[in-house]
Design a protein around this ligand. Structure first.
Ligand code: FAD
Length: 317
């Protein structure tokens, strides 16, 4: 039986949510082509990770106990060896910083095409049809590929796999050519504010250029505190240096899918909406009724944020 190989992502001792979404995408693709779903987890506490990845639809979890952290060379060599051994038709990785680091190298070594940042996949066994967004989500394009391929999937586009499976858990011992590793990762240092991952937040209070001045951000932090929420922003706020880059939502920032997204003084440019349109409930506070964010908001408050935000804070304190 042919195989689909999905490679999990983890960071600082935790499997990332997209790893579970990868299982759903991988299972559906495996069903399309009548294949088994194999999942690899490379480096870190692989014995802890393996049972977590044993969810419905997974046939085999391969644990690769090699190093503690992500390493381009280790991931590339391991994925190539495992894909070759399994004769995998498709190799799936998250479209994350790590995934995008090694997936092209895997495709190159396997001499197969790669399609990145996919939001939908289907295959009839010969032809893979992969959908991607272009121009900041304004259009969708479907790429058709024949034969094996490497595919990276966008986070928050597939539901996370649930349930407990009955996968076989196997250790895989790659033959790592240390001379070919090139660079060795000695550790990671988080940038300031790196403790916050906005893509994990349930409630985001997001601020845009309508806030006018850096000192006015205090209003936003007060509301976030009252709601026990996390602060995020549009790009101009980050470009101005008022918040760190890891708070930026959008095409060149992070994709978020909170339960509630409160967009304050944000117009809703396509590049911003590309990062938050999957939010369950969108609340927009904007003086301009024609701002694009008002069209996608579940609750649109057409008013001055300097009146609305303090009133909301008072209400929830
Ligand atoms: P504006 O568009 O200036 O909107 C400010 C809003 O505040 C307006 O709608 C206004 O009506 C409202 N407002 C003003 N005063 C008040 C008030 N007192 N009360 C209530 N409302 C008020 N942007 C991102 O956000 N994320 C990205 O990842 C991103 N990536 C990009 C990538 C590329 C390649 C490019 C070209 C652009 C990208 N952008 C991104 C920028 C994007 O195009 C917009 O410029 C940006 O999102 C606008 O941010 P904003 O909504 O905060 O500001």
């Amino acid at each position: 039986m042919s195989a689909v190989l999905a490679v999990a992502d983890h960071r600082r001792g935790e499997l990332r949510d997209v790893s579970y979404e990868l299982l759903t995408a991988g299972r559906a693709l495996a069903d399309d082509v009548g294949a088994d779903l194999h999942v690899a987890v490379i480096s870190g506490t692989v014995d802890d990770f393996a049972p977590k990845l044993d969810r419905d639809g997974v046939d085999t979890v391969h644990t690769v106990d090699y190093g503690e952290e992500f390493d381009h060379g280790v991931y590339t060599q391991t994925t190539v060896q495992l894909a070759t051994e399994l004769e995998a038709q498709y190799v799936l990785t998250p479209n994350s910083v790590n995934g995008l680091d090694y997936a092209p190298a895997v495709a190159s070594r396997l001499d197969v095409p790669i399609v990145t940042d996919t939001v939908a996949l289907e295959s009839d066994g010969d032809e893979l049809r992969a959908t991607r967004e272009m121009y900041g989500g304004k259009v969708e394009t479907t790429v058709s590929l024949s034969g094996p391929a490497v595919v990276t999937i966008r986070g928050a586009e597939w539901p996370a796999a649930e349930g407990t499976g009955d996968a076989t858990i196997e250790a895989f011992d790659p033959d790592i050519d240390e001379d070919a590793l090139g660079a060795t990762v000695t550790g990671f240092e988080e940038v300031a504010g790196g403790d916050v991952d906005i893509s994990d937040a349930d409630v985001l209070v997001s601020v845009g250029r309508g806030i006018d001045e850096e000192e006015n951000l205090e209003l936003i932090h007060d509301l976030a505190d009252a709601l026990d929420a996390t602060v995020s922003s549009s790009r101009p706020i980050v470009d101005s240096g008022w918040l760190p880059k890891n708070r930026q939502v959008g095409q060149s920032g992070k994709v978020v899918t909170p339960d509630v997204y409160i967009a304050i003084g944000i117009s809703g440019a396509v590049q911003h909406v590309a990062g938050m349109k999957g939010s369950e409930t969108i609340v927009a506070i904007n003086t301009d009724p024609n701002a694009p964010i008002m069209d996608i908001a579940d609750y649109a408050i057409q008013d001055d944020l300097f009146d609305v935000v303090p009133a909301l804070t008072e209400q929830f304190q």
